[in-house]
Design a protein around this ligand. Sequence first.
Ligand SMILES: Cc1ncc(COP(=O)(O)O)c(C=O)c1O
Length: 365
Amino acid sequence: MTAMRAFNFSAGPAVMPDAVLAEAAAEMLDWHGSGMGVMEMSHRGKEFGAIHEQALADLRELLAVPKNFKVLFMQGGGLAENAIVPLNLSQGQTADFVVTGSWSQKSLGEARKYCNATEAANTQGNGHTTLVDPAQWRLSNQPAYVHICSNETINGVEYHTLPDLKALGCDAPLVIDFSSHVASRPVDWSRVGLAFGGAQKNLGPAGLTLVVVRDDLLDRALPVCPSAFNYRTVADNDSMFNTPPTYSIYIAGLVFKWLKAQGGIAAVEARNIAKADLLYHAIDNSGLYLNRVAKDCRSRMNVPFYLRNESLNDAFLSGARERGLLQLKGHKSVGGMRASIYNAMPLEGVQALVRYMRDFETQHG
Ligand SMILES: Cc1ncc(COP(=O)(O)O)c(C=O)c1O
């Protein structure tokens, strides 16, 4: 399988570990002698029950989720959570949003339908290339929650330390959209009330949404909140109030097993640091490539970069494709290039990219 596979730098849906795809392929027709593929199983049967339970247990262990948090497997992705979170947590009151890129901007816009969503900071003025010191945030008096996007997938800006709201004198729960760096590094749960993320970057296939929510936040939903999106209802039904995305959960479970075999999140984080350092070093030491994000908040997962001579963009992308380096085009809202280097991207993939970037620069320099 490996010989045919290119290095895929897509921002999501994204590269999966070869071992996971191979295992899923081997089990496609008959899961563990059950005579059924996972896609064909009832979500209420004992076979899927075992898959679900193991996936949950492995995820809790990997992310060191404390006992007073529920792990929910939901649907709708990050964009649905932009509505589901205020429906569950805002109580129609005020919620504060720290806008550091496209995704937190979208979260703020959607929340305005359900509550008084206010902007505590916005880095648009510098093109979303920095974070704002939490001490500078304009927090409301007793907001229902404070929302951040802990890794901005498009702009390539990541919080390397989560803000400590308590230290700012704010008792509100911190909500983090960790869609694009979940499981790439440990989470300091003492600073978090709720975390959500779509699976399609670091956890598995699209269709599964992970929500990790502190117990005391389960009973705040607005009466209009749809039952299937009510965290209390979902939690009380072990994520089976409606039919869950069974196949996506199964694949995510294989990814969790793979992450454990890699040595767990700390080991994976060390590899992610090495990959990101290699790529940023190549960008910063070139005359052709440029990354505009401040060094203290550069994303380890999503590395946007520009060619100083933008007329070379198409040549860069087609040359990359010829070398088996795929999906490097930047998001249409910001242009340029973006290399997403999630957990499943091997170091060899980043090395191959850096080699290509050097060769291309020599050829066109
Ligand atoms: C940080 C972040 N939040 C939210 C989303 C939206 O996710 P979805 O398309 O699954 O709704 C994305 C998608 O790329 C994202 O990167």
